[in-house]
Every structure is written in C-alpha cells, then in structure tokens.
Design a protein around this ligand. Sequence first.
Ligand code: TXA
Ligand code: MG
Length: 350
Amino acid sequence: MKTRVVKAFGDPEQDREIMEEAGEIIRSGGLVAIPTETVYGLAGDAFNPDSSRKIYEAKGRPSDNPLIVHIARLDDINAVAEDIPEAAFKLAERFWPGPLTMILKKKETVPYETTGGLDTVAVRFPVNKIAQEFITASGGFIAAPSANVSGRPSCTKASHCVEDLDGRIEMIIDGGEVGIGLESTIVDLTEETPCILRQGYINEAMLKDTLGTVGREAADSEHPKAPGMKYRHYAPKGKLTIVKGKASDVARRINELVREHEGRSEKTAVISSHEHMSMYKDCRSLVCDIGSLQDEDMIAHRLFALLRELDDKEAEYIYSESFDTPRLGEAIMDRLYRAAGHSIIYAGDH
Ligand code: TXA
Ligand code: MG
C-alpha cells in the first residue's frame, strides 16, 4: 500500500480538500495517522469493527488492548457511552476539549473490536484543530491509539509516523510537532471513586481540584485496568537505565558507567537536564540535553523524540537522570520507567 503524507494547517478553508479525502478513507474502512495535542494517533472508524482490526494489525498491537474513541462535540459522548456519571460532565466542562480520556460504560453500538472486548469505552475530545476537523469530516467517531508501532516510543511528529507506518496505512496528516508530547491522562469513571489509570498533562492535583477524591492505580499492579499499561512500552532499542539520587552522585555514577562502556567500545548515551550538562563534559559519548528542569513542558515534549533519536544513533546503552518536576514529573517518569523496563540504579547513599 502506498501511504500519502499530506500537510494540514488547522484552518478549515486551507484544509478542506485534505479533510474530504481523509474522511472518505475513514468512511471506506481505511486508516489515517493524525496529529493531536498529545501525540499522533492512528485513526479508523470507531463503529467499524474491520477498521479496528486493521488498527491492531498496522500497529502490531495485541487485540485485547482497547482503543480510545475520539469525538469532536461534547454531545457525542452520549452516542458511545451510557449511565454517564456527573463527575464525567464536571471533568468535561473543565478539561475538554483537551488531553483527558474518560473510561465510561459503553453503549451497545460500540463494537467490542474497538473496546478490546470490554464493556467500557475510553472517550476523548481533543483540542487540536486538525484533529477536530478530521474527526468531523470522518463522521464524528474515531478510534485512535497512539500511532507508534506497538512497543516503540509514541510519535510526536509526522516523520515518526512515516518511520513506523509507511506502507501500512492510506494517509498520514502532517500537522507539525505536537504540543504536549505525552499521551492523555486516563481516568476511570466506572467505579464509585474516580481513578487515574494513566498519568498525563492533566495531573492528579487538577483532577482532585475538580472532583474531590480521586484514586490511582498502583504503578506495579499486575492486572492494570488499562490493559495497555501492562505492556513494555516506549522502549528504545538500546538498554536504558535510570540513575536516581543526588545530582552530583548521579553524574559521578553515570560518568563511571559510561567510561566502562567506552572502554569496551560500546555506543553509549546520556540523557541529562540542561542544568547538569557540564557534569558530563568529560564523556566522549553522546550527551543529550532534554531541556531545563525549569521548563518541564519542554522535557515532556522532547522525551519520545529523543528516545527515537537515540535509536537512529544506534545507542546500545543509555543512562538517564530522572526528572521529578512538580507538575508533569509523574507523567514524565511513568513513561521513562516503562521505557527503561523499570531498570533503575540508585547512586550514593539513600
Ligand atoms: O493522548 C492519547 O490518549 C493518544 C492520542 C492519539 O489521543 N492515544 C493513546 O492511545 O495514547 P493508546 O491506545 O496508545 O493508549 C490508550 C490506553 C491504553 O493503555 C488502553 O489500554 C487504555 O487506554 N484503554 C482504552 N480503553 C480502555 C478501557 N475501556 N478501559 C481501560 N483502559 C482503556
Ligand atoms: Mg500508546
């Protein structure tokens, strides 16, 4: 299959022709990769079981891992979910359109192929203009997981989608780099107490501020409610290890480790905050500046692209500092821990 890559601008006039074509692809059961404010998504018709099957195939994703249904009008929540609790409307009012996904009881009309066999459905109303135009042009209901091939870092620009999906889908809409760079926060609203299943840009404090009590699923849960959370994810090809501790201890330990690898001529890389770059000045290996600890949005925005760049550079061993920043630290570290397969070293006394 030939994959067309086309540009869109978030302007309905300019994008009209592209959106008509993309909508036609979706209505006839095909797949299109699209930008959203979080990461690129791989879109198909949410009500067409064949489209959902194709999504799993194109991503190489296990079919028990459900897809998120994307809508572009608040009212449309009623077409995919039922028994919707008041909390959902409160969250929608404050955070939609935006990077928040809600788990609700599904309507019978949503195929099990889309929900991975579950009686619940994940719903999100993205704020990205191109995504909204596209969803509307496609009939209003789009199933879309992140556009990466299963297990790889999520796509934050169109070129990442080309790397992963060229030849497997009909079209990739290039809307430039995404804004946030981490997938949406997922909140389960099917139980008594709302529960965070995946950390994201909308953090726990913001949710508590709106709902009062909010639970969270244990990070090491063996049977996570979001099936996707049990798979190793975001993994670069090299062996990634996170080194934790006081900055000076972390830098000393990483420098030692890197020297050992250099001695064996192994390609090694370091992920450092901007502030700590000078601590690695004696490294002959690649030292990557992920951004300033004062600018956590940038760290979130850069993370997945950086992991992909390290693949391109064929880094065999990667050591990363941890980035426990106040607002997005949990979401960033959730992705980084997964990428590292939870391989962590503690430097110094702790
Ligand atoms: O920001 C995002 O959410 C992006 C963009 C494209 O919207 N999408 C995304 O989709 O990250 P995906 O498929 O990579 O991650 C969706 C997660 C998976 O962990 C999946 O298991 C979980 O949501 N999920 C989907 N439906 C669910 C359900 N009914 N119950 C529990 N978890 C669900
Ligand atoms: Mg994903």
